[in-house]
Design a protein around this ligand. Structure first.
Ligand code: ADP
Length: 967
């Protein structure tokens, strides 16, 4: 049976109260009994007192009787009678006080004895009066009289004894009653405590619950009111008659009304007249719909109090409050949004028109290589329409040949690099077009901040440009070549004539021939410059780079220009204290640059001055300075000085002028030799032109046996380029590498590294992320941009390896390994070996060929920090793994169970691998001499301790190996 809360409480209260009642009744009756007993006790005490009094009075009566019997005095008789009356009265009083039945039982006998006694006393008195003293004395002292006295005494004693017995019983009863009451009160109290306590607890609990519910209720009402009021959207509540019953603050503001102006008014007042019939129809249709519908997102128009129309987005629904059906309209002012989106659409379409009008190919391709945006030129170049391109992948859109051609570039762009290349493409209507393509990666925002989410592609049709360029080059080179030959012979002839071959010339003719010869020289220089410039532009200028000592080159250059300087009465001075300075240069081009600087300096130096040429080391680079004391370079000309065909705009320079190509060509040549050129000048005081080249580092190959660096020659041991800022660190790495079986060249800057890489092939390179000239990450990027270093294995050794690694996220193949400082020798050697073998991933891999799973697990557990284990239980599994994966070592059990051939049959497969991983035999039985020859170490299963196993594997993984460069 289930009771309601109220019933439960009532029942509990009832039970508690009933218990209390029972206890009260029990206690009352017990206490009443106690009170009765107390009264009885008092009575019996009274009785005893009265009996004692009565006995004493009786004695007094007897005394007076005896006295009278002797004296016969009437006074004594009276005293006797008074005492006798006192005895009778006390007896009556005592009789009334008798309480207990024991006392009552003896009482009649006492009364009879007393009556007899008194009567016999009276008899004696009478006898005295009638017969005199002797008769009376006989009578008084008779046995019956004595008997009666004794009877009375014994009865009084008995009654008293009975009374005290009864009192004793009464006391006992009182004590046990008190005990009962105590127990009753205790038990009753405890028993009633339960239900009462429970009831009180439940009432409290119920009260708290009620208060909570009440708070919640008022809270939710207040909340919904508050929410409605603070809502940015207008809320209009309408009755089923279409009359407004409430509008929130936002609604009032939106429509420009005060609340009283709207209450009870038809809701259609808030919409333009032309919308009202439609709304009424809509509203009536909704009325017939079941409750609880909700429609949102309708766009409609509203009417403000001032007559303005506004664009609204309407959500319409209904609720039932207190049995009344109400309709809620939530309206959102979208006038501004609409205006913006219209404007946006308009601007988008304008933008689209512009982009479509641009004759360049424009597209945006997402990370899945889907074309998400493109312009009309793009469509035309492919001969496809919008739908055939939009949302399609590049592979789907481009022909398969074309896709294969651009695929690398696309992947590069999606890896985060800007890409620029030229490509030719067949036009759909025929004819090959050349495009200059540029891809710009686009990075995401927010969480995708560091990820490339696509790239923009921009393609310019350069077919015409290329054709004109080709024509120009052809023309220039034809003309130049055609001019060169005759000019050379003219110069030769003039030289001969000036030298007197045709006889001694008159002075006048001599000076004319001199003028002709100088101008012929100028012409030849001009032609040469034009041809050089052309070569640079077409990328055809060849450089024969070699490590060269620079001082001798400068000496030559000075000597070659001595004559020209002498003509201008200018001295050339060389200051080159360090004759060990070397750089990688093309000697002819180097001379060309110095000559150009010298001839400019000579031309612009006043006579009788000197030109200083200095060779020095500056910031780890070699610097060549040519300093004159000429007029200086005008401020306004400086920004243009390295541009083609540029000359300072003064009659003075024009006079001295060449074509204005020399500095331009010189700068390009220096840059092609990884250097830079600049100048400083002071007008009127002189100019210093200088260029700097990466110094060829004084590398001492740390392994004496490998001999000096020989460009381009394959080294007997794998040669590693160590690029580290700190020479001590570089030295340390070099020593470790030497021990590990490598040769090493150490450089301390990125420029030096790049330089060395142009002339020397390396098996791998270590890079410190902190370098003086550029950071290691950008150096690695630069390596990846160059064809000859694109695949060079690079191991980063840096205190900042972790940060560097973050910069490379998503591009795991860029760097083969990462090593934190301090450098762990084993990890360094291992890292390089793995890098050279083309293995990526952090840990070396060991193929464990073993059929016993427990051994597999234990071995892996012992050495898990050293390497990652892959398992093969059968020869077939092992072979498959070796074919498909590169492993750093093989741990081989020779005995693979009864069904398998000996593990030694794997030796052949392993030997064929390139590189062949070392083999450690880990077997239970002894190994034959033949098998021993194939293994770098042999371990016997039961005899090998865990430490031994680990140490052997470590040794094996870091052991020097023969090197076969990857092709
Ligand atoms: P060009 O091949 O005609 O000599 P350059 O490119 O070598 O042309 O020089 C361009 C111009 O730079 C010169 O015409 C001259 O105005 C200015 N210039 C070059 N070197 C010096 C110098 N040492 N002092 C002053 N002006 C110089």
């Amino acid at each position: 049976m289930k009771f309601t809360f109220r019933t439960k409480i009532n029942l509990a209260l009832g039970a508690g109260l009933a218990l209390l009642l029972l206890i009260s009744v029990g206690s009352y009756s017990t206490i009443k009994g106690l009170l009765d007993d107390a009264r009885t006790e008092r009575n019996s005490q009274d009785t005893v007192l009265l009996l004692d009094r009565m006995v004493s009075q009786l004695k007094t009566t007897e005394s007076w009787q005896r006295k009278y019997l002797i004296t016969a005095d009437t006074g004594d008789l009276k005293a006797y009678q008074a005492a006798r009356t006192g005895v009778k009265n006390t007896l009556a009083e005592a009789r009334a006080a008798v309480a207990t039945t024991d006392e009552q039982r003896l009482w009649p006998s006492l009364e009879v004895s007393m009556a007899h006694g008194l009567e016999s006393m009276d008899q004696s008195v009478k006898t005295r009066q009638e017969s005199g003293l002797p008769a009376a004395a006989v009578q008084a002292s008779s046995d019956s009289n004595r008997q009666f006295r004794e009877n009375i005494d014994s009865l009084v004693e008995s009654i008293k004894a009975n009374g005290s017995l009864a009192l004793q019983r009464l006391h006992d009863r009182t004590r046990s009653s008190a005990q009962v009451i105590k127990l009753l009160i205790l038990a009753g109290g405890l028993l009633s405590l339960g239900p009462l306590g429970w009831a009180i607890f439940m009432l409290n609990h119920y009260e708290a619950k009620r208060r909570r519910a009440e708070a919640q209720l008022s809270d939710s009402v207040a909340m919904s009111r508050a929410v409605t009021e603070i809502m940015g959207e207008g809320v209009i509540i309408t009755t089923a008659d279409g009359l407004i019953s409430n509008v929130n603050a936002a609604g009032l503001k939106l429509f420009g009304y005060e609340l009283p102006e709207l209450l009870g008014r038809p809701v259609t007042q808030l919409m333009p007249v032309r919308h009202r019939p439609a709304f009424e129809k809509y509203f009536n249709a909704r009325l017939s719909q079941p409750e609880g519908f909700r429609e949102s997102g309708r766009e409609t128009r509203g009417l403000r109090k001032n007559g303005d129309e506004i664009a609204l987005q309407l959500s319409f629904g209904n609720v039932t409050v207190d049995g009344k059906r109400l309709f809620t309209s939530i309206v959102h002012d979208i006038t501004e949004t609409k205006r913006i989106s219209d404007a946006l659409r308009a601007s988008e379409s304008r933008m689209r028109q512009v982009i479509d009008a641009v004759p360049a190919l424009i597209a945006y391709v997402d990370a899945e290589q889907r074309i998400q945006f493109h312009n009309r030129a793009y469509e035309e170049s492919l001969g496809l329409n919008y739908d055939q391109i939009h949302g399609k992948t590049l592979r789907e859109v481009l022909s398969s040949d074309c896709y294969e051609e651009v695929r690398d570039k696309v992947e590069e762009a999606l890896a985060g690099y800007s890409v620029s290349y030229e490509r030719s493409q067949m036009k759909p209507q025929g004819g090959l077009r050349d495009y200059d393509m540029k891809y710009f990666p686009r990075y995401g925002e927010g969480e995708q901040k560091d990820r490339v989410i696509g790239f923009f592609a921009l393609g310019n049709d350069i077919t015409e440009l290329k054709r004109i360029g080709r024509m120009k080059s052809e023309f220039v080179s034809t003309v130049s070549h055609e001019l060169r030959t005759p000019l050379t012979s003219i110069r030769g002839s003039l030289g001969l004539i000036a030298g007197g071959v045709a006889g001694v010339l008159p002075d006048k003719a001599k000076s004319l021939v001199g003028i002709a010869k100088d101008n012929c020289e100028r012409l030849i220089r001009l032609i040469n410059d034009i041809l050089d410039s052309e070569k640079i532009e077409s990328g055809k200028m060849r450089f024969e780079l070699q490590v060269t000592e620079l001082k001798p080159l400068l000496e030559q250059a000075l000597a070659a220009n001595e004559g020209f300087a002498a003509q201008h009465k200018v001295a050339l001075e060389l200051d080159a204290p360090d004759d060990t300075l070397r750089a990688t240069v093309d000697s002819d081009r180097f001379m060309q640059v110095v000559t150009n600087l010298l001839s400019n300096a000579v031309k612009f130096s006043p006579p009788q001055t000197a030109i200083q040429v200095r060779l020095l080391r500056a910031d780890g680079r070699v610097r060549v300075e040519v300093r004159d004391h000429g007029s200086g370079i005008p401020q306004e000309f400086r920004p243009r000085i390295f541009q083609k065909f540029s000359q300072a705009d003064s009659s003075d320079t024009r006079q001295k002028g060449g074509p204005g190509l020399g500095l331009n060509i010189s700068r390009v040549i220096v840059e092609r030799m990884s250097g830079r050129m600049d100048f400083s000048s002071e007008v009127g005081a002189g100019t210093t032109f200088f260029f700097e080249l990466p110094e060829w580092p004084t590398i001492k190959s740390i392994v004496a046996s490998t001999g000096p660096v020989t460009a381009g020659q394959p080294a007997p041991r794998p040669r590693i380029l160590v690029c580290a800022d700190d020479p001590d660190v570089a030295q340390l790495i070099g020593m470790m590498l030497d021990k590990g079986g490598f040769d090493a060249d150490m450089v301390h800057s990125a420029a030096q590294a790049l330089e060395l890489l142009t002339i020397q092939a390396y098996a791998a390179m270590t890079v410190d992320l902190r370098l003086p000239d550029r950071d290691g990450v950008s150096l690695i990027r630069a390596l990846r941009d160059e064809k000859h270093t694109r695949h060079l294995p690079v191991v980063v050794v840096s205190a900042m390896a972790e940060e560097g690694r973050l910069q490379f996220n998503n591009q795991p193949l860029m760097v083969s390994g990462w090593l934190e400082k301090p450098i762990d020798e084993n990890r360094l050697i291992l890292g390089l070996r793995r890098a050279i073998a083309g293995i990526t991933g952090d840990k070396p891999r060991i193929l464990h060929v073993e059929d016993d799973q427990d051994i597999q697990r234990i071995t892996a557990a012992i050495s898990q920090d050293l390497a990652t284990f892959v398992f093969a239980a059968t020869l077939e599994e092992a072979r498959t793994h070796l074919r498909t994966h590169v492993v750093d070592a093989v741990l081989l059990d020779l005995d693979l169970g009864p069904e398998e051939a000996s593990g030694s049959s794997l030796f052949g497969d392993i030997a064929q691998l390139e590189p062949a991983p070392p083999v450690v035999i880990f077997s239970a039985s002894d190994v034959s001499d033949a098998d021993r020859g194939h293994a770098t170490a042999i371990l016997l299963k039961a005899k090998t301790s865990d430490d031994e196993l680990r140490a052997t594997l470590m040794r094996t993984l870091t052991r020097p190996r023969s090197f076969h460069p990857k092709t």
